[in-house]
Design a protein around this ligand. Structure first.
Ligand SMILES: Cc1ncc(C[n+]2csc(CCOP(=O)(O)OP(=O)(O)O)c2C)c(N)n1
Ligand code: SF4
Ligand SMILES: [Mg+2]
Length: 300
């Protein structure tokens, strides 16, 4: 039987240096530290412009010990494809290539390169940390910003459109592994990355990543808010492995249970303050319908 992952048996190899340029309480700091532990030393990172490039630091400073290619916004998956080609030419195909992009760099600006790489079947892991806006440039709305959220480009009544479902778009390419994760559940993320490493072809992991600066909450509540997103049923943890969809971790435990009302999540963050009672009630109904179908399909 494989040993259950706990905080005690994670790799002690720290690939992210202590101290970096991310804001205090940044969810990305959590997922990057744990994510790189799961990826391991024999990894080349490919990163587009984002808060992650800020976290990494300006040359000659680097926040990680791994080689990292900073590439243009639209080209992350194409550049990762180029790195795979170079490694093949050098006979180094066991080296892992991992792209890490924000939601803007994944769901909007980088989506054509990502779609192409998935369709071609490139052997890499693409990780999207979703802080639900273009944070590095001052909190502009992105395709994955939820409906009703105030950003600097949706300043009064919030974003009108719904959140783009990127994991489903990527899953529609028929790749072998798609998973969602959360900064609030780092061990679940760790296990998913470790599993992705064992598979061939493109692997996609989408991480809900709370951002105190852009979401408007006290930095000490990053994990609490990440957990609330899952406990309310707004953000689901799941895997699609060889076309089989299943809830995992904390979301799986919610099947057949009472969920926390969605307004408890909304009340924790300034970005939701434009939501009316009617909008909140509509969102609650949508979540209830989704979970009713989970309960019927996956409950006992
Ligand atoms: C083609 C192009 N357009 C715009 C920018 C400016 N820019 C740099 S980072 C960034 C925001 C990235 O947002 P996201 O991918 O969500 O990552 P986050 O900053 O939220 O971590 C933008 C718009 C750029 N570098 N290149
Ligand atoms: S703006 Fe948000 S995602 Fe960017 S470094 Fe600060 S807390 Fe992290
Ligand atoms: Mg973002």
């Amino acid at each position: 039987m494989t040993e259950k992952t706990t905080i005690l048996n994670l790799s002690e190899d720290e690939l992210v240096h202590p101290g970096n340029r991310a804001c205090a309480g940044c969810g990305l700091s959590i997922v990057y530290r744990i994510g790189l532990k799961a990826l391991g030393r024999d990894t080349i990172l490919v990163v587009p412009p984002s808060c992650l490039t800020v976290l990494q630091g300006l040359y000659p400073i680097a926040a990680t010990q791994l080689p990292c290619l900073n590439v243009t916004f639209a080209s992350t998956a194409a550049a990762a494809t180029g790195v795979l080609g170079a490694l093949k030419a050098q006979g180094r195909e066991s080296t892992l290539v991992a792209a890490w992009a924000g939601d803007g760099g994944t769901s909007d600006i980088g989506i054509q390169a990502l779609s192409g790489a998935c369709e071609r079947g490139e052997n890499f892991i693409f990780i999207c940390y979703d802080n639900e806006a273009y944070m590095n440039t001052g909190v502009q709305r992105s395709g994955t910003t939820p409906q009703g959220v105030i950003t600097t480009t949706t300043p009064f009544s919030g974003k009108s459109q719904k959140k783009k479902d990127v994991p489903s778009i990527i899953a529609a390419h028929g790749i072998d592994y798609v998973a969602t994760a959360s900064a609030a559940y780092p061990l679940d993320l760790y296990d998913k990355i470790v599993k992705a490493k064992t598979m061939n072809g493109p692997k996609y992991i989408h991480i809900h990543t709370p951002c105190p600066a852009g979401w408007g909450f006290n930095p000490r509540f990053t994990v609490k808010i990440g957990k609330l997103a899952v406990e309310t049923g707004l953000y689901d943890l799941y895997e699609i492995e060889n076309n089989k969809w299943r809830l995992t971790g904390a979301s799986k435990k919610l099947i057949g249970k009472k969920r926390t009302p969605v307004n408890e999540y909304f009340n924790t963050q300034n970005r939701f303050k434009a939501l009316s009672d009617e909008q909140i009630s509509d969102i609650q109904k949508e979540v209830d319908i989704k979970w009713q179908s989970y309960d019927e399909t996956y409950g006992n």
